[in-house]
Design a protein around this ligand. Structure first.
Ligand code: SF4
Length: 692
């Protein structure tokens, strides 16, 4: 028996990007473990990826190309050869492109975070074809915009410093479920005496384990941050020296913050005045005493109308109290911009024909856009869709429109997948993709500062192919003769990171591949002495670029589209605010079909407060219907005080085909966009609930 241990990286849309050790016996992967020597991973994987072999060898893995043989959406397919699949796709796309290539749209997101299998050869292909561009906004572009306006780039507190913090505010995030390795560090900090505070409308698994939980109304986080600024400034719990040297616009900020006394904030956020003052006092006093105070902010607070501004306001707080001075102080939002990803080489935007840039379609509004006719404003009707690394029929907002769009008989849809997902059911051609154990990749992370390599551990199952190989073959079928379409994955990996970049300690692909991981040259306290990558070089309390972009240049509060306070007319019909954060054992819509994980989650549940349940005659485990003007879905009731009155929580994201009525929470979510970043407003959603 031959036993091998292969070094890999977790590909999933999770900040932690764990280092994997895959044991392979006689060509079969038997276990996937976390590497104990990789500091962020510390030998621990989440329950999902610890079962990666169950997913890889799942009996329902797609193994062969298939062609639709039933009505759209019926999921009826017949096996075809790769040759037939490539010929059909090349002919159909070629015919459309001959008239207007912008009628073709790629649709992809973070089904893998790998730089190669994510978007490399695929981007070469669509750029050369002249297809519409995709605005990839579905997750963090609102917060990313707010953070960049303020800090300059998505750089923050290093994960490996978190255990030294003395106060950790976990704001709009549930790391127990979605950032396990941050949570492990926060737990260590707690053992060393740190105070943990959760700010979340919902008493999540994380909030339950913190010392304090502030359950504010959804979409009001920006107001709470303004209230903290007010108290910090009024009580002089601020770092004058840091403000003078390293921030821009303090006088304007002070004036704005004075408009937000704790009484007003308490009323907007649905909490008490004391909660606002005590939070600011703890944060300000500890920082003043030189203790490291840090904030983990993400992702929930972004999914409302004012999501970008909320992240911006929170990103101002550490500069106000000088928290950046300490390596374990500051904000952990994302480490994405620490990585010198070489997009120019990986994605080849220069292949776009000069002088005629294609239009851009926002992935958040895919439902509306698939249903649009051609017009001067919109351009050509979308006639072909190539979906990879995403499951839009399950995950995109306003799902009734998304499903109606995918059901169009005149739409040619190609889907690259591991399984027959809700989206795959609508494919005309369904292609088998390799999993992380079967292909090569290079990884960055958004929760730590390590470059990572993924080596293939086993041969591709069935006839599955890496995404890169599919697009390479398709480019050849379509006659694209540029040398870049002949590059191998190994060759692309060589230039995945920019070796001239200041932060790449040293990028040598062959060495990274062998070692598995290497830390970037990132300072422990990135903004201890300013050096913010903004135009002013300072943390921008006042931001000129925001003014130029038509936004308020100062921190402010933008109320939700849908709330009792902002839209009483709508709230009269739909009085409950719904949020749909991820369940612990799924990752967005990945892993829903892994039986051992689904058994833990059992079935979709709606959590609602006992008062709201009683008012509607709803008891635990009753079937309930959640509805608004956009749609409805049915699930079981869980009556609990984990949710505040007026809030309901539908943990997600279930495959529609695995629910009782073939629908999920996105039946009722909205495709309206955030204040900045053009992102979705999943948690800005009023509903009514009834027993059924
Ligand atoms: S999903 Fe996250 S926590 Fe789980 S193995 Fe992957 S990177 Fe690690």
């Amino acid at each position: 028996m031959t036993t091998l241990h292969i070094r890999g990286a977790c590909p999933h849309d999770c900040p932690d990007t764990c280092a994997l050790l895959v044991t392979v016996q006689d060509g079969v992967a038997t276990t996937v473990r976390g590497d104990p020597d990789h500091p962020p991973t510390s030998g621990v994987l989440c329950t999902k990826v610890a079962r990666y072999t169950e997913r890889t060898y799942h009996p329902e893995r797609l193994l062969y190309p298939m062609q639709r043989v039933g009505p759209k959406g019926s999921g009826q397919f017949a096996r075809i050869s790769w040759d037939e699949a490539l010929s059909t796709i090349a002919t159909r796309l070629g015919n459309i492109a001959a008239v207007n290539p912008q009628a073709i749209l790629p649709y992809s997101y973070a089904g893998t975070m790998g730089l190669l299998q994510g978007d490399s050869m695929s981007a070469h292909f669509f750029h050369r074809l002249g297809a519409s561009l995709l605005d990839r906004t579905i997750c963090a572009s609102a917060g990313g915009a707010g953070y960049r306006y303020t800090i300059g780039a998505r750089i923050g507190t290093d994960l490996e410093q978190i255990d030294h913090s003395k106060l950790i505010i976990i704001w709009g995030s549930n790391p127990v479920a979605s950032t396990l390795h941050f949570w492990m560090r926060a737990q260590e900090a707690k053992r060393r005496g740190a105070t943990l505070i959760a700010i979340d409308p919902y008493r999540s698994l994380t909030a339950e384990k913190c010392h304090q939980h502030i359950a504010l109304l959804p979409g009001t986080d920006a107001a709470l941050a303004l209230g903290m600024m007010h108290v910090l400034i009024a009580e002089d719990w601020i770092d004058h020296e840091y403000i003078d040297l390293y921030t821009h616009g303090f006088a304007d900020l002070k004036q704005r913050a004075m408009e937000w006394p704790p009484e007003r904030v308490a009323q907007v956020c649905g909490i008490t005045r004391e909660q606002v003052v005590d939070l600011a006092r703890l944060y300000g006093e500890m920082a003043k005493d030189g203790e490291p105070v840090t904030i983990r902010v993400n992702y929930g607070i972004q999914r409302v109308r004012g999501g970008g501004m909320a992240v911006r306001n929170i990103a101002c707080l550490p500069a106000l109290v000088g928290a950046w001075r300490h390596p374990a102080g500051g904000v952990q939002f994302s480490s994405s911009d620490t990585f010198p990803r070489n997009f120019r080489a990986l994605q080849r935007p220069d292949l776009i024909a000069p002088g005629n840039p294609p239009r851009t379609i926002n992935m958040t509004t895919i439902g509306d856009d698939l249903l649009r006719e051609a017009s001067a404003e919109f351009g050509p009707k979308i006639e072909a869709l190539v979906v990879y690394n995403s499951n839009p029929v399950a995950i995109a907002p306003d799902s009734p429109k998304v499903a109606a769009g995918f059901a169009r008989e005149d739409l040619f849809t190609v889907v690259l997948e591991h399984f027959q997902t809700d989206t795959a059911d609508y494919a005309d051609i369904l292609l088998p993709a390799t999993t992380q154990l079967e292909h090569l990749d290079v990884h960055w992370a958004y929760g730590h500062n390590w470059m990572m390599a993924n080596n293939p551990a086993i041969a591709a199952l069935g006839e599955s192919k890496p995404n890169t190989e599919f697009f390479r073959l398709l480019a050849q079928r379509m006659g694209f003769a540029e040398p870049c379409f002949l590059e191998t994955d190994e060759q692309m990996a060589e230039y995945a990171f920019d070796t001239n970049h200041i932060r790449a300690v040293h990028f040598d692909w062959q060495s990274l591949k062998r070692k598995g991981y290497e830390k970037l040259n990132s300072p422990a306290a990135p903004f201890a002495e300013g050096g913010f990558p903004t135009p002013s070089g300072k943390c921008e309390f006042y931001c000129e670029r925001m003014l130029q972009d038509g936004l308020d240049p100062l921190p402010t509060y933008i109320p939700p589209y849908e709330s009792v306070a902002s839209n009483p007319e709508l709230a009269a019909r739909y009085p409950l605010a719904m949020i749909s954060p991820p369940v612990r054992n799924f990752l967005n819509s990945t892993f829903v079909n892994v039986a051992s994980l689904r058994q833990v989650e059992t079935e979709p549940h709606l959590e609602l407060h006992p008062d709201d349940a009683q008012m509607r005659g709803i008891a635990a485990e009753d079937w309930v219907r959640v509805f608004n003007d956009r749609g409805s879905f049915v699930l079981r009731a869980r009556v609990t005080d984990k949710v505040r009155p007026g809030l309901v929580v539908g943990l997600s994201i279930w495959w529609k085909k695995m629910t009782s009525d073939g629908k999920n929470a996105n039946e009722v979510t909205s495709a309206r966009l955030t204040d900045m970043g053009r992102a979705p407003t999943f948690y800005d959603c009023l509903v009514q609930v009834e027993r059924c």
